[in-house]
Design a binder for this molecule. Structure first.
Ligand code: DAT
Ligand code: MG
Length: 170
């Protein structure tokens, strides 16, 4: 950059994540049933339309070791083995979405864990029926989002860029 040129937006925030900002990140994964049922486009569209910014995405058939770690807090639950084998049964779309209150708003967009309790208009409320086939994962806190993002993505797999829509959303 030559002297006198306007400075580009600093990239420093890509490393240290602020907790309350337009750059909060959440980990969202479309589960194997969501992929098999052809719901990938519809689900991604909702996050795009909302105004969140996609900063990472991969299509991956996750190894069971990764899934056991991802769901470690549920390892004593009776449904845990079935949950892990379901999640490993086909590819998932793992994503990181960024924006103001991305974690909490992401959960609202998902609906309740049990689709039967999820309101119409939510992803689980609109697209699925059973708790064991609820098509999408979303982080439930900023701390778990950070843990999950680092479990699923290497730092250099996340993109830092300024969305051209930024000033029209915030
Ligand atoms: P969430 O995915 O809404 O964060 P969770 O973390 O409590 O819910 O559970 C993780 C997943 O485990 C959930 O999406 C579906 C499955 N699950 C939860 N409770 C279940 C149950 N009672 N029977 C079968 N699967 C269940
Ligand atoms: Mg959870």
């Amino acid at each position: 950059m030559g002297s006198g040129a306007s400075a580009p937006r600093p990239q420093a925030t890509c490393g240290q994540r602020p907790t309350m900002s337009n750059e909060e990140r959440t980990f969202i994964a479309i589960k194997p049933d969501g992929v098999q049922r052809g719901l990938v486009g519809d689900i991604i569209k909702r996050f795009e339309q909302k105004g969140f910014k996609l900063v990472g995405m991969k299509f991956i058939q996750a190894p069971e070791s990764l899934l056991r770690e991802h769901y470690a807090d549920l390892k004593e639950r009776p449904f845990f083995p079935g949950l892990v084998s379901y999640m490993a049964s086909g590819p998932v779309v793992a994503m990181v979405w960024e924006g103001l209150n991305a974690v909490k708003t992401g959960r609202v967009m998902l609906g309740e864990t049990n689709p039967a309790d999820s309101k119409p208009g939510t992803i689980r409320g609109d697209f699925c029926i059973q708790v064991g086939r609820n098509i999408i994962h979303g982080s439930d806190s900023v701390d778990s989002a950070n843990t999950e993002i680092s479990l699923w993505f290497k730092p250099d797999e996340l993109c830092c860029y300024t969305s051209c829509a930024n000033e029209w959303i915030y």
